[in-house]
Ligand binder design. Structure first.
Ligand code: F6P
Length: 552
């Protein structure tokens, strides 16, 4: 088996990167007026302009060669065919089966998945309509007005990001709230204004073992029972989404109130399943199907478009180019549409939990830079916070700029200002401004030579900072579904190119195990000596100080 670094295309890219590092993007734009046309992809819900990357025709062709040498298309087909490409957990990776809006059949071990998926969708439809129409009653006969989703990570971020993004599409018949943190402050704040008679809890946990979720669910149950004085109220106020029916029923949730999840759906790719129940409750079932349709549109594109025109593939190749070959270590996600304010948090889990790893498929240490850390914030807020770093620090941070042609909430005089900033920032990051321009400008403003000498170096922007621009038509359930699927397939492609097992998450286990042991010690008020001196010292200090604070 050839390692990635010994592939011919990989080595060509290493040499090519040295050449490209000597170039400046603004020269590439001057030399080639067709750059925008050449390096952009127009799809129905969005267009992707990737011309503001340090690339040329040769770069893209080398990257496509790499994708071919890595047999990307064959791997993609294996995923869609239900092969167990999640090799360390020996599971298929079939979140795409959840949004199959065509007639493709998805099978696993001879079982027709379409049927199972449809059954769950129908259960979601019936349930969400019953709740939204007021036919699902609480213990005192009142209709449900508030839904509290209790879940964390993939059982929280996807639905919350989507319901936040699609707020304008909600008829507000149901208020949806989220509890993910085991810090009691969050659940206390969420529950305080709510009337237990009218609240429905969704306990969302694929494994039904996650401590944070179980702790919050127990608190919610106590809250309900202490108000209803009736244990049987749980049946009217608690549903679960889980692949672990046994634990969910043992927890006290009625079997008919459990929505299925499957081991072939990774938590961070699960919003298309019943984990998306809060979306259907908030917006209605039809918009939920539109969301699936949008994702399906991109599934089709990913399967059918040639690699050169394949948006998720291009995004993955560029990430690889910028990070592995040009040395960038982080990537910013910068939405300019307020509705996408949770997108970077969502993509942090999607990309970093998937590809933040350091051994390859064969368990060997990877000796090349892999994926960046993902961070970001609404771009316009970032401009007045961390963009200074993007423009002038020594670290180059490739960034995805995501904006919409039309706002879902048009307010006169706002959108154009927003979009002017959107376009200006990628231009500034690409072009920069050199010392001569700075000096000429200061001179033209009548500044003294002393002042110019002092200030000029501080005003230089090197530019040459790569960005992708994703310009959506407008945020809608369908276009949002497409946007999310675009990133999902980008992440899959990165995993293939880098030989990373994208669908496990062993790195989250170590801390979980230690936390369980430490919690037992804290509960016993004693610190075991086997900890390192820092952990031991901190725990002892915490227990001592807690005692003092309680005595005060
Ligand atoms: O700890 C990480 C993780 O396992 C994520 O992968 C997952 O999305 C999240 O926890 C929640 O897990 P569960 O849905 O099983 O509660």
């Amino acid at each position: 088996m050839q390692s990635r670094t010994s592939l011919k295309s990989w080595q060509t890219l290493v040499t090519h990167a040295k050449e490209m590092k000597q170039k400046h993007m603004s020269d590439l734009f001057s030399e080639n007026p067709a750059r925008f046309e050449q390096f952009s992809i127009k799809l129905k819900p969005f267009m992707l302009d990737y011309s503001k990357n340090l690339i040329g025709k040769e770069t893209m062709s080398n990257l496509i060669d790499l994708a071919n040498e890595c047999e990307l298309e064959a791997w993609r087909d294996k995923m869609f065919a239900g092969e167990r490409i999640n090799r360390t957990e020996e599971r298929a990776v079939l979140h795409v089966a959840l949004r199959n809006q065509g007639n493709q059949s998805f099978e696993l071990d001879g079982e027709d998945l379409n049927q199972e998926v449809q059954q769950t969708l129908m259960k979601m439809k019936a349930f969400s309509e019953k709740v939204r129409q007021g036919h699902w009653k609480g213990y005192s006969g009142k209709r449900i007005t508030d839904v509290v989703n209790i879940g964390v990570g993939g059982s929280n971020l996807g639905p919350q990001m989507v319901t936040e993004a699609l707020k304008q599409y909600s008829d507000n018949s149901i208020n949806v709230h989220y509890v993910s943190n085991v810090d009691g402050t969050q659940i206390a704040n969420v529950l305080r204004p709510l009337n237990p008679e009218k609240v429905l809890f969704i306990v969302s946990s694929k494994t039904f073992t996650t401590t944070e979720t179980m702790t919050n669910a127990k608190t919610a149950m106590k809250w309900l029972v202490s108000s209803s004085f009736d244990q049987s109220a749980i049946g009217k106020h608690f549903v679960a989404v889980s692949s672990n029916k046994e634990n969910a029923t043992a927890f006290g949730i009625k079997e008919e109130n459990i929505f299925d999840m499957w081991d072939w759906v990774g938590g961070r790719f699960s919003l298309w399943s019943a984990i998306g129940l809060p979306i259907a409750l908030d917006l209605g079932f039809e918009p939920f199907i539109e969301l699936l349709q949008g994702a399906y549109d991109i599934d089709q594109h990913f399967c059918e478009a040639p690699l050169e025109q394949n948006a998720p593939v291009i995004l993955a190749l560029l990430s690889l180019w910028n990070c592995t070959f040009l040395g960038a270590q982080s990537q910013a996600i910068l939405p300019y549409d307020q509705s996408l304010h949770m997108l970077s948090a969502y993509l942090q889990q999607a990309e970093m939990e998937s590809n933040g790893k350091s051994v390859n498929w064969h368990g060997e240490a990877i000796d090349y830079p892999t994926v960046p850390s993902i961070w970001g914030e609404l771009g316009i807020n970032g401009q007045h916070a961390f963009y200074q770093y993007l423009h002038q620090s020594n670290n180059v941070v490739p960034a995805d700029f995501i904006g919409s042609i039309e706002s879902v909430t048009p307010v006169k005089g706002h959108h154009q200002t927003l979009m002017a900033n959107f376009f200006a920032q990628t231009q500034a990051l690409m072009q920069g401004v050199d010392e001569k321009q700075v000096r000429d400008d200061l001179k033209a403003k009548g500044r003294t030579p002393d002042y110019i000498n002092k200030v000029a170096p501080h005003k230089v922007h090197k530019g040459n900072r790569p960005t992708n621009t994703i310009l959506m038509e407008r945020i809608s359930p369908r276009s949002l579904g497409s946007l999310i699927a675009l990133y999902e397939h980008k992440i899959f492609t990165q995993g293939i190119l880098l030989e990373i097992c994208s669908f496990d998450q062993w790195g989250v286990e170590l801390g979980k195990g230690l936390a369980n042991n430490i919690e037992a010690e804290l509960n016993d008020n004693k610190v075991n000596s086997h900890h390192d001196s820092s952990t031991k010292g901190l725990m002892a200090y915490y227990l001592r100080s807690k005692k003092h604070l309680n005595n005060d």
